[in-house]
Ligand binder design. Sequence first.
Ligand SMILES: [Fe+2]
Ligand SMILES: [Fe+2]
Length: 194
Amino acid sequence: MKFSLNLKSESSPKWVEAVMADFPSFLQDHASCEKKASAMSMSLVSKYPDRPLIIKPLIDTAIEELEHFRDVVLWMEKLGVSLAHDMQQDIYVNRLISNVRKGRDEGLIDRLCLGSIIECRGAERFRMVEEALTEPEIKRFYKILWASEAKHGNVFVELALHYFDEKLIYQRLNELLEIEAEILNGLEFRAALH
Ligand SMILES: [Fe+2]
Ligand SMILES: [Fe+2]
């Protein structure tokens, strides 16, 4: 079932051009994003142990992201690309997180909404990568990935719906989607997920 809302902007074809121009760098960044996505899910488990309905789905999501990380690492090995240090600063994610409100409930709503938005953007962009690639096996890999990230985009909203009012969630999701589109618009095109 679809719980997420559509993104408020489309990624530029110039972004995927930058990715295809330096695919090894993109893979290095992509691997790091999967690892961080897994850690992000687990950090929510640590922050909100008093919200039992979100624990198991968050652990499942963390495991899936870790599987994505492993699969990207396997592709890197196959293509002779080494693993890199995590980027010092993920401007996109940092700017998004700076919008998380202070209150405990507000903080959880915002983190789950941002989780959904980041996943939906990942799905959109992996789909663009899939379309730009030509080798069938890696194309298939990116197709599986974007479908999985789109599913995660729904999971985070579904988790919020277990505890908070639907109107409240979708209102905040809308606001954060506007903010996300603005942040994305301010980024330069790099061979990286964001
Ligand atoms: Fe992932
Ligand atoms: Fe994901």
